[in-house]
Design a protein. Sequence first.
Length: 242
Amino acid sequence: MEGIPTTGCRDPLGRGIVVAVQRHQNQRMKKFLKGIKAAIWGIPGRIRRLRLKNRDFTVISNNCWGAEVYQRYSLPYTTPFVGLFIYPEDFLELLQDLRGNLAKPLTFLKESRHPQATEFRRSEGLTYPIGLIGERIEVHFQHYASEQEAREKWTRRLERANLDKDHVFLQFNERDGCTLEQLTEFDVLPYRHKVCFTAHAYPHLRSMVQLPAYADKDQVGDGVQTFNHCLPHFDLLKWLNG
């Protein structure tokens, strides 16, 4: 570092001061570069946001699809459904009384009751927290390191959510063993803003959007993959402004 000798210093205290100063400067530089990167990354989202008339919405999604919506428009998360996934039967149970269920305390489990979750965690070597709402609704915090982190972010983001039905936007998909019965149950939910992305065609279900990329598959991809594949076939901006 210019002006401060880094070699030939016989004073241990002096060397310690030099190291501390360098470390502090490195941390400041990393923080500065991180801020620059975030600002540049957010420019496309801010441009897209100019056409977004409705910004008072809460996306309730059974996977990471919802987080992608906020990132696309560089908006703060006004939903706790970020970095997680929920199995179809639990998600539908949650939606039967969304406000009431989200008012319940979030607790945590050591093991899931879903065999596919247990196999997924075992095969991938995952130890993410498993949340529990009420007695049966499991929330798989796949992208969280600890129960504390999951609880803090869930609570903070839930406080920002607008749970009035006109401001709630639901996203579901044909994945993780989702059945036609469950797709039908989602389709008749009394919410104006809802969409479900599927691998197969279900022309009798109004909220379904089939994604050609998965036409020869049993299910659609994960939340991020589904988001990227849905954009050519689903008018996201119109949906949010509707």
